[in-house]
Structures are given as structure tokens and as C-alpha cells.
Design a protein around this ligand. Structure first.
Ligand code: G3H
Ligand code: ZN
Length: 342
């Protein structure tokens, strides 16, 4: 079916209490893994083009892969720009047929973030394309740990010890960078953002799902604004309370898991690193098993399968499985209208 916008997809998720998974379109295998997962789960899905994918594949190539995959698929797919860096890049993506945009103004002073976000939404809305804007800043794991430390921590068996180290080294800074609920209403009103990427305690590109997030912030942000909330850095977030218990992670009063975040009103969940890691682990295993293999596809296929299995498990956890039909019914008419105007 034609691409749909993320607008109806996320509003529906917000209303019905589930979240839509957003996964990265890093290469053809990742796109196929996500689409096949969505088809098998009958789930609406967002395929996003990251800044890394733009550098790697080029904007047009990355977008074309998603557009083709979506056209050939019966499930609703939105093509999203992830962490858009500027007004110009957002407009470039709008013209290229993206059905969901993002401006990440988190490195800018608040007033500039608001001004650029508002300029983008003003234009994108003329084409009925929604825009995600960022309040607060979701840090990257490299801001706290060097490559050797990450390797050492990822090998540590005592997860509660690892969680303590992360709390000590990253806790204070991550908290300072969180979205301020007191600013959210004004931010959303002045930017006309369609969804809010809010920093709520997660860290981008974690090696394991061990990080709690601040559920009190999710609730306060939900109370301050009625647009869908987006969780970034979800690879590192503990999935469920059962997982936390089994892995010896103690949650504080105001903390929660991915499952809690969805229950509290997060409607879009971005997962990238965990999918890459699952892909690489399976391909590495295949390569170690057949080091003389000369067909690249035989090494990549197990990676695709592992990525697909993980995407499916996220879709079930987020509650988006089985929601494709209802989303298609509400979203496709709008998407056609967008392209019909061109
Ligand atoms: O924008 C992309 C996401 O926030 C992905 O973060 O790689 O930590 O899952 P992640
Ligand atoms: Zn992100």
C-alpha cells in the first residue's frame, strides 16, 4: 500500500494504549527484516532514516528502499526522518516523499529549537506531513563511556553492578538533560509539533537493555501536552518489570520499564542498536561457521532473520501486533491525499 503518515498511526496508538515501533532503514536487509516482521505481526510500523543511514546509503537510496518495501506490503508503513539536523534537511525529505519528519534541536538554545521547529511544521503541515520535535536531550552512551569501558561492562555478568556504574557515571547528567514538563505545553503550542521526542532518562546506543526510565516524567509530560510521546534510545531500556527482577535490577519509586512507559502513554518507540547487535551476532556466527563462504547472502540472511525475530518481539511488547488493519483504514486516505496534491 502507499506510505501512510505517522500522524494517524500515533494518535491511534495513543488513544488505544499501545506504541508503534520505529526501526532504522540501515540497509536492504534491515528494511526487509522490519517489513516481514510487521507483516507477520500484522503491525503498523515506522521505518526511519537516520543520519548514519543518510551518510551510508544516501538519502534517496535509503528512502527508495522504504518506499518500495511499503508499496509491496499490505501493512501501513510510515517513512520517517530520524534526528533531522536542520530546516533544509527536513524540507529535502518532505520533497523526497517522507511521510513523517523530525527536527532535533536539542543542541540549540530553547528559543532557536522552537523557532526552527515552528518553521518546519508550518511548511510540512501544508502537505499534511507530521513533525516530531525534541525537548530536552537524549544523550549518547559515548558521552559517558569509552569503547573499552563499554566492552568491559557488556561482559560483566553481575547486571546490578553494571546498572550501578551507569547510574554513577551517567545518572546526574542524564537527569539534567531531561525534558522539563513545565516547558512542554509552551513548546508544543509554539512549535505545533505533532509528536514529542522527550528525554525521560534513556541513553542512545546502550549495549544492553538495563536502563530504567522516569515514569513520573512520562506522566507529567502526558498531563502537560496531548500529543504522542516518543521514546528514543529504547535499546537500552529494561523491557519489563519481570526482566528487571530476573536480572537483579532494582527500580526506584519513580522509575519504570518499556512496558510501563507504554502504559503511561508513550506512543512511538525507537529501537536501533539492539537490532544492529542482533543482526551482527547472527551474521558473525554464520561467518565463523562457514569462514570460506563466498556468497554474501548466506552470511547476511541469518542476520536478517535475527533482526526480524527481535523486531517481532518488540512489536508484541509494545502492543502494536494485530493493529495493522485499523491503522490502514484511518491512515491511507490521508497519505493518498498528500501525494495527490503534488
Ligand atoms: O533515534 C533512534 C533511536 O533513539 C534509537 O536508539 O539505538 O538506543 O535504540 P537506540
Ligand atoms: Zn534517537
Amino acid at each position: 500500500m502507499p506510505l501512510v503518515t505517522s500522524k494517524e498511526m500515533l494518535l491511534r496508538a495513543q488513544q488505544e494504549g499501545y506504541a508503534v515501533g520505529a526501526f532504522n532503514a540501515n540497509n536492504m536487509e534491515c528494511v526487509k527484516a522490519v517489513i516481514e516482521a510487521a507483516e507477520e505481526e500484522k503491525a503498523p510500523v515506522i521505518l526511519q532514516v537516520s543520519q548514519g543511514a543518510i551518510k551510508y546509503a544516501g538519502l534517496e537510496m535509503a528512502a527508495a528502499m522504504v518506499m518500495t518495501a511499503a508499496r509491496l506490503s499490505p501493512v501501513p508503513v510510515a517513512l520517517h526522518l530520524d534526528h533531522g539536523t536542520s530546516f533544509e534537511q527536513n524540507i529535502q525529505c518532505l520533497l523526497a516523499g517522507f511521510t513523517s519528519l523530525m527536527y532535533d534541536g536539542s543542541a540549540e538554545p530553547l528559543e532557536k529549537n522552537i523557532a526552527v521547529s515552528a518553521r518546519i511544521t508550518e511548511i510540512a503541515h501544508l502537505k499534511k506531513v507530521p513533525v516530531e520535535c525534541e525537548l530536552g536531550k537524549i544523550p549518547k552512551v559515548e558521552e559517558f563511556f569509552g569503547a573499552d569501558e563499554i566492552i568491559a561492562l557488556s561482559k560483566e555478568k553481575d547486571i546490578s553492578k553494571v546498572v550501578d556504574v551507569v547510574r554513577k557515571k551517567a545518572g546526574e547528567k542524564t537527569e539534567q538533560l531531561m525534558a522539563d514538563p513545565a516547558q512542554a505545553e509552551e513548546f508544543v503550542r509554539r512549535t505545533s509539533a505533532d509528536s514529542l521526542a522527550a528525554a525521560i532518562g534513556s541513553i542512545h546506543a546502550m549495549w544492553d537493555d538495563i536502563q530504567p526510565i522516569r515514569i513520573d516524567r512520562v506522566k507529567a509530560l502526558r498531563a502537560a501536552t496531548n500529543i504522542p510521546l516518543v521514546l528514543h534510545g529504547s535499546s537500552g531500556v529494561i523491557r519489563t518489570r519481570k526482566d528487571a527482577q530476573e536480572r537483579g535490577i532494582t527500580l526506584k519509586e519513580n522509575e519504570g520499564t518499556l512496558e510501563d512507559a507504554v502504559e503511561a502513554g508513550v506512543a512511538k518507540v525507537n529501537v536501533a542498536t539492539a537490532i544492529n547487535m542482533a543482526f551482527l551476532a547472527a551474521s558473525k556466527k554464520a561467518f565463523e561457521k562457514s569462514p570460506d563462504e563466498r556468497d554474501i547472502r548466506k552470511i547476511l540472511l541469518p542476520g536478517l532473520q535475527a533482526a526480524k525475530d527481535l523486531v517481532k518481539s518488540y512489536m508484541r511488547l509494545l502492543g502494536s501486533s494485530g493493529r495493522a488493519q485499523a491503522t490502514a483504514a484511518s491512515g491511507s486516505a490521508k497519505a493518498v491525499a498528500v501525494h495527490g496534491e503534488e
